[in-house]
Design a protein around this ligand. Structure first.
Ligand code: ADE
Length: 270
């Protein structure tokens, strides 16, 4: 159904949540009437396989809170595979010295190629992603695009990285989560899985809330307040207590624009 909606020319740049929102509000509404609950909850599961030499690093980030809910509800299936299963010898070797000399080991092509090929026999991947500091900068836009996919394979690098031939012949997307070097790709992969997973319909309690996240419309989120209305003499802006929803919306929009202009003006240029 999702693919059908995409084919029909709905906004494909948006996230799945956006797309479902479109589908539900536009001409698929009728078709979906009888299926709505099931459709949202069961027809769009996403599967993410991750290849790692330290799978333990991924356990906790994906086992709590929203990611736990997504997995418990069957909306997101994440499977972490230990690269050593595909090691070249009984010592579990997966890395070797780099040609040309220099410090640091390189992850060997053979275990990675065998892992990718074995996993690709089970399902066809929409993207084979390598987490690397020299990849494309991760953004809400990329998270939105990835949330439309069904099967993703993520490769976590370690040491000096992976043999270039794997990047040339198997990898379809390279992602960096920032201009700094982590010890390995696992934490970066967890960031991607989290950002993508929370966009899957049914994962967040309020279906629309991902639509209003910071960055979804190239604007940062406005400031938020909760009770008490006055704390240590610091007051919540009167407008938020006014009950005038139209004015509150306008105020939030102005605040979002102002905050974006001050903190991330580049977003306003796109
Ligand atoms: N692996 C190591 N550092 C990384 C980064 N900044 N982004 C993605 N993967 C990485």
């Amino acid at each position: 159904m999702l693919k059908h909606a995409v084919k029909e020319g709905f906004e494909v740049k948006g996230s799945r949540t956006n797309l479902i929102f479109y589908a539900l509000t536009q001409k698929h509404l009728e078709y979906l009437m009888g299926y709505r609950g099931k459709f949202l909850l069961y027809l769009c599961p996403m599967r993410i396989d991750i290849i790692s030499v330290i799978p333990e690093l991924l356990e906790s980030p994906l086992a709590h809170s929203i990611m736990k809910r997504a997995r418990d509800k069957g909306l997101l299936e994440v499977q972490v595979h230990h690269l050593r299963q595909w090691a070249v010898n009984e010592y579990g070797q997966v890395d070797d010295y780099q040609y040309g000399g220099g410090a640091g080991m390189v992850m060997m092509p053979e275990p990675l190629a065998n892992a990718i090929e074995a996993l690709s026999k089970e399902r066809q991947y929409d993207e084979i992603i390598y987490m690397t500091p020299d990849g494309q900068d991760f953004s809400q836009g990329i998270a939105n695009q990835l949330s439309l996919k069904e099967n993703l394979l993520i490769i976590c690098g370690h040491y000096k990285g992976i043999d270039q031939r794997i990047r040339d012949h198997f990898v379809t997307k390279e992602i960096s989560i920032g201009n700094y070097v982590l010890s390995g790709g696992e934490l970066a992969a967890a960031v991607v899985v989290d950002a993508v997973g929370r966009l899957l319909p049914g994962v967040l309690n309020n279906e629309t809330s991902a639509l209003f996240d910071s960055f979804q419309d190239n604007l940062l989120a406005p400031p938020v307040y909760t009770r008490p209305a006055e704390f240590r003499g610091w007051k919540v802006p009167d407008i938020l207590l006014s009950g005038d929803l139209k004015k509150i919306d306008e105020w939030r929009y102005e605040q979002a624009v102002q905050r974006t202009a001050e903190r991330k003006p580049d977003l306003l240029k796109d």
